[in-house]
Design a protein around this ligand. Sequence first.
Ligand code: ADP
Ligand code: ADP
Length: 232
Amino acid sequence: SVKIKIEDVTKSFSVKRGKGTAHQVFSAVSNVNLEIKTGEFMVLVGPSGCGKSTLLDLLSGLTTPTNGLIKLDGKPITGPALDRGIVFQQYALFPWLTALGNVTFGLEEKGYNKKQQLDIAKEYIALVGLEGFEDRYPHELSGGMKQRIAIARSLAYNPEVLLMDEPFAALDAQTRETLQSELLRIWKKTGKTILFITHGIDEAVYLGQRVAVMTSRPGKIKEVIDIPLNAL
Ligand code: ADP
Ligand code: ADP
């Protein structure tokens, strides 16, 4: 079934190029159509500045389209919600909370009691391979470990979709490779719908079950490539 449907979406900004010049309307993404199926690992790849983050902001509900519509399970997205977990390039962990505290954060408002919150958080910390690191603070963790915790935190909310904006770009090559294969393992285990953004074609082809290729000025989806082997 279709999880996310992007229907003819355009996002325009009014920009002023210099002092005394008139405002110009500039489209960061233009007439984008894309369907992401339930449980699919979709990668959005394109050069820097082609509109990938703008598209992700729209999907997360942080911004709204100038034209067009984005639907989640057939219903238009109206604003931010934890049913769309986001993982950014910079880990965005709360520095004053331990790994466990970071993953527990937000679970209370889902109605879980303290014991349930701890059980869920521990389960996801184990899923990302960091059992035993629950009491560490972010500054006591390596970059790769921080990003593992960020992934655990997103998954703990049990989101409908996981939106990932260049999550491994700031990591060294070896850690990045480790986390890429870990993410594939987690995807296969959880069956989550994932939209992963990258400017790296190698990473896109390694991870994606389908790869949407974007071009810039204005940001458009040029083609969607099937990589059936990656579904196995
Ligand atoms: P990418 O993630 O592919 O690098 P972005 O979505 O960040 O691309 O940006 C696409 C284009 O839209 C860029 O030219 C960027 O400068 C522009 N842009 C993004 N956000 C805004 C904004 N709030 N106002 C004006 N221009 C923006
Ligand atoms: P990964 O995050 O994929 O495990 P890293 O290169 O980030 O790989 O770290 C490798 C290992 O080194 C970690 O699993 C951890 O055991 C240890 N390590 C690295 N940095 C730290 C740190 N700041 N504090 C504690 N352990 C660390």
